[in-house]
Design a protein around this ligand. Structure first.
Ligand code: SF4
Length: 292
């Protein structure tokens, strides 16, 4: 049996908000009986884009994370509803019944992802319905997917086995798998939002002037083991990404056959770390920049 899934590539989301606007365009002022009552003009974000800035000047990046109802296969909201007020369709879509849910403000707090919004005027809990009212009419994708200009958001109608194989093959992740809700919304490059990096900029002095050093080798060690290796780019920059901010202690080693080596211990707590300028050569085999 084929079911709907959403795959979001965090590295491709540009925060244009087209997905969120297309969803609002579909639902604000429009009633779809059996699927969803109209979304209010203000206050609801059935697709909500979160932002995270990592690093420090000049090594800074920003990631955008579109979030919405995950259409969980083990949905806490369905358990909390206790009846057919919220149900899972055989195609994987979770629907809050717009008639039965009237007055059920308690359901807003049943979603651990914060994906359910309260419509004060209609006294209804509401959320994104995957535009399943359109899919039932033969549409091939929800409005938000259709509106995404970068291909960051894509929908897939696959049986569970095929979806799991894709997730494994492409390294897709879900939000908070430890909650065991079995989301049907998957993310590619989730580390851009959820994990940290350690980076630095390697320089040497040439003819009395500091210069970026391309092609230096940077090695990241955890304990005695090298766990990642990178070469500096034309700006002398290197970056080790997708590191958990869990207090792990690392050693960063930078070396170049012509200019020598330097190293520094780093503890990654809750934020990405830019080590600053690392000067190789001469007597300055020390990191010059501070940790941020
Ligand atoms: Fe229910 Fe929240 Fe899961 Fe959506 S994300 S199915 S609202 S628990």
């Amino acid at each position: 049996m084929k079911k709907w899934n959403l795959v979001i590539d965090v590295a491709l989301c540009e925060n244009c908000n087209n997905c969120a606007l297309a969803t609002k365009d579909e639902h604000i002022g429009n009633d779809f009986p059996g699927y969803a009552a109209p979304q209010p003009r203000h206050g609801h974000h059935w697709i909500e884009i979160k932002r995270r800035i990592r690093g420090s000047d000049p090594m800074v990046d920003v990631a955008y994370l579109p979030t919405t109802c995950n259409h969980c296969d083990a949905a806490p909201c369905i358990v909390a509803a206790r009846d057919e007020t919220i149900r899972k369709r055989s195609d994987g879509i979770v629907i809050i019944d717009p008639l039965k849910a009237k007055g059920r403000r308690d359901l807003v707090h049943s979603c651990p992802y914060g994906a359910i919004w309260w419509n004060e005027e209609l006294q209804l809990p509401q959320k994104w319905i995957f535009e399943v009212h359109l899919l039932d009419q033969g549409w091939r994708q929800p409005r938000g997917v259709q509106a995404c200009p970068t291909g960051a958001m894509r929908s897939f109608h696959l049986d569970d086995e095929a979806m799991q194989a894709m997730a494994l093959r492409e390294g897709l992740e879900t939000l908070h798998p430890e909650w065991r809700t079995k989301p049907r919304v998957y993310y590619r490059n989730l580390h851009r939002y959820a994990k940290c990096f350690i980076g630095g900029s390697v320089t040497v002095v040439r003819e009395g002037v500091p210069d970026c050093l391309a092609g230096a080798k940077a090695v990241l060690r955890a304990g005695d083991k090298p766990i990642a290796e990178a070469a500096t780019d034309v700006f002398g920059d290197f970056k080790f990404d997708a590191l958990a901010a869990d207090g792990t202690s690392y050693l960063v080693e930078v070396s170049h056959p012509e200019f020598g080596a330097a190293q520094q211990a780093v503890e990654l707590r809750d934020q990405s770390i830019y080590l600053g300028e690392i000067r190789l050569g001469g007597n300055r085999e020390l990191f010059l920049g501070g940790m941020k």
